[in-house]
Design a protein around this ligand. Structure first.
Ligand SMILES: NC(=O)c1ccc[n+]([C@@H]2O[C@H](COP(=O)([O-])OP(=O)(O)OC[C@H]3O[C@@H](n4cnc5c(N)ncnc54)[C@H](O)[C@@H]3O)[C@@H](O)[C@H]2O)c1
Length: 314
């Protein structure tokens, strides 16, 4: 039987590579190949495994004969999924394998804003022991507005309850409200006006591009803290910078940006922001879980296509 060629083009965890027995699969590991080199590859590639930093656009999809593209990420906003569907290319992503990491990072950012741990570290390294110049606050009793109560958002809710916080939840899916009937669901405008912390956990898709618009940002109260570990593209960043500069919002802590890695340089000039470089979901544990999940999904997809080789001829 002809082997299935899988090209791993990005740096992913390989602990579970033996899920692909050598008798049936040819695994080619070429970390860092650019898209053109993938298209020019001398072997026929049946399945391509990538990470979220690689952009898969119409041009790439038009020129490839790959039948499965698997991304080791939760989001698929790096891939033109509508066009892939038209071209009968299966897109595989991972759901839930990095949500605990992302929720914990969200809390890391919240704690950083409320406790100023890294600022205190900087002060002590300068030989200073001064603590009156910066404020620290308790999380207990604070109102946290969680927009998007999916895998990440629901874990953020659990952590918030453990800290004794009051939750305002919001989700566009009515079923989510039924599942999490212990949470206090509120209309978005109420949540934005009344939360001490607003944290975003929605996907970037056509409907959600700049969803947190100028109008919505203007509803935040001036003492509120904004946290975003979802995707930068769901926020009007320019207006966020404007209200941070004007003190119309207290603080923002961001892991994700509209343009990565070339983020808006205005963020760097602000001292009421904390920035991390899209690491929320990237931990040692999630890296292993995510690659394993992707490998299993690829195998399952091939299995259900019964004869993988026939499938690839479609
Ligand atoms: N920074 C990171 O490293 C990292 C890691 C993991 C996930 N993420 C991102 O976090 C986000 C959430 O991931 P998830 O796994 O929880 O997704 P999910 O699909 O499990 O949950 C998303 C929830 O948002 C809701 N939703 C969608 N649009 C909405 C809107 N406009 N208003 C209110 N609710 C809305 C959906 O109904 C769903 O319940 C995604 O953007 C994902 O890409 C980032």
């Amino acid at each position: 039987m002809e082997k299935i060629n899988i090209l791993i083009a990005d740096d992913i965890d390989l602990s579970y590579l033996d899920l692909f027995p050598k008798t049936n699969y040819n695994i080619i590991f070429k970390h860092g190949l650019n898209n053109q080199s993938i298209l020019n590859f001398d072997k026929r590639i049946d399945c391509l495994i990538i990470r979220s930093t690689r952009i898969i656009d119409k041009k790439f999809l038009d020129n490839c004969s790959i039948k499965i593209i698997a991304t080791c990420s939760r989001g698929v906003d790096n891939i033109d999924t509508d066009y892939a569907k038209l071209k009968n290319i299966k897109i595989i992503n991972s759901s839930g394998t990095n949500s605990i990491s992302a929720a914990e990072h969200t809390f890391g950012l919240i704690l950083e804003v409320f406790k100023r741990i890294s600022l205190s570290d900087k002060i002590i390294r300068k030989g200073n022991f001064e603590y009156t110049e910066f404020e620290r606050r308790e999380l207990y009793g604070k109102k946290i507005g969680i927009i998007g109560v999916g895998k990440v958002g629901s874990h953020v809710a659990k952590l918030s309850l453990a800290f004794g916080m009051k939750i305002f939840a919001n989700d566009t899916d009515v079923n989510v409200k039924k599942i999490h009937n212990n949470l206090n669901f509120k209309p978005l405008s109420y949540l934005l006006k009344h939360s001490d912390i607003i944290t975003l956990h929605i996907p970037l898709n056509k409907e959600n591009r700049k969803y947190i618009s100028k109008e919505k940002l203007n509803l935040f109260n001036k003492d509120s803290v904004f946290i975003n570990t979802s995707r930068g593209g769901v926020v009007d960043e320019k207006h966020l910078i404007k209200i941070l500069k004007a003190g119309k919002i207290k603080f923002a802590a961001l892991d994700v940006f509209e343009h990565e890695p070339d983020i808006n340089p205005e963020f760097l000039k602000l001292n009421n922001v904390i920035l991390t470089n899209h690491i929320a979901g990237k931990t040692s544990e999630s890296r292993v879980k995510m690659a394993k999940d992707i490998f299993l999904q690829i195998k399952e997809h091939l299995h259900f296509s019964k004869n993988p080789k026939l499938y690839f001829k479609i």
